[in-house]
Design a protein around this ligand. Structure first.
Ligand SMILES: C[S@@+](CC[C@H](N)C(=O)[O-])C[C@H]1O[C@@H](n2cnc3c(N)ncnc32)[C@H](O)[C@@H]1O
Length: 221
């Protein structure tokens, strides 16, 4: 696995804020099947309290809101205000009002300990430097109730396949291209980090395809 270029969170936030419309139209549709599969694994029940971190344009968040009771509220957070307004539009256009979307950083979620039954996070950790992973996963662990389910979906690669073509390209391109054109994401393998954060029953599924991905499911011990 390769680490990110040293892009700070303000640069990442700016890029995704600027490209929020484009991302929603051009990239998100390719990822939707993977989201569906990942969300199925969360086994969301109508009364579950659910948080999605990094909602982006809100396609997965809509899928989550569809699975809960109309009088239950789903919570979503993203660092980019542009993404949040697209997500709001996605949900409102589909006729839903039972959601709460707010600006925030995965490193410091503004929720009490033991709040959520399910935490969903997709295509965000592949933007994050390895040094920040333990802190973010500790934060996910903190806001989940004991027994709560964590479901991650990330750009990934086969476990024993060596460097992927994407990683080789990422390593060779100038930093500005990696940030502004590739969106700064690279394949990650999150299973070990999730176990180290104290999650149990951790399972991984690899999804081949246009955007090779992994789904990681874990239970807060
Ligand atoms: C590649 S997009 C994925 C969006 C959405 N999860 C999806 O799959 O369509 C990455 C998202 O993560 C958000 N993001 C990046 N770093 C973040 C952080 N530290 N905390 C919260 N959101 C973050 C970006 O603003 C962007 O919306």
């Amino acid at each position: 696995m390769i680490d990110t270029r040293p892009f700070d969170s303000a640069q990442i936030q700016r890029v995704y804020d600027r490209r929020s419309w484009l991302y929603g139209k051009l990239v998100a549709p390719f990822e939707f099947r993977n989201h569906r599969r990942a969300i199925d694994k969360a086994k969301i029940q109508p009364a579950d309290k659910v948080l999605e971190v990094a909602v982006g344009p809100g396609r997965a968040f809509l899928e989550i809101v569809k699975r809960i009771d109309r009088d239950n509220i789903a919570f979503g957070v993203d660092a980019a205000p542009g993404m949040l307004s697209i997500a709001r539009h996605t949900l409102e256009t589909a006729g839903y009002e039972n959601f709460n979307l707010s600006e925030g950083d995965a490193r410091e979620l503004g929720f009490e300990n033991d709040t959520f039954d399910v935490l969903y996070n997709a295509y965000m950790l592949d933007l994050i430097p390895f040094a920040d992973m333990p802190g973010i996963l500790a934060e996910f662990h903190r806001v989940l109730k004991p027994g709560g389910r964590l479901v991650l979906l990330n750009m990934s690669k086969k476990k024993d396949g060596g460097a992927s073509w994407y990683e080789r390209l990422y390593g060779r391109l100038p930093a500005w291209l990696v940030l502004n054109v590739m969106g700064a994401c690279r394949p990650v393998l999150m299973e070990g980090f999730v176990k180290e954060a104290g999650f149990v029953d951790v399972k991984r599924e690899f999804l081949a395809g246009v955007i090779p991905s992994e789904i990681i499911v874990g239970v807060r011990g």
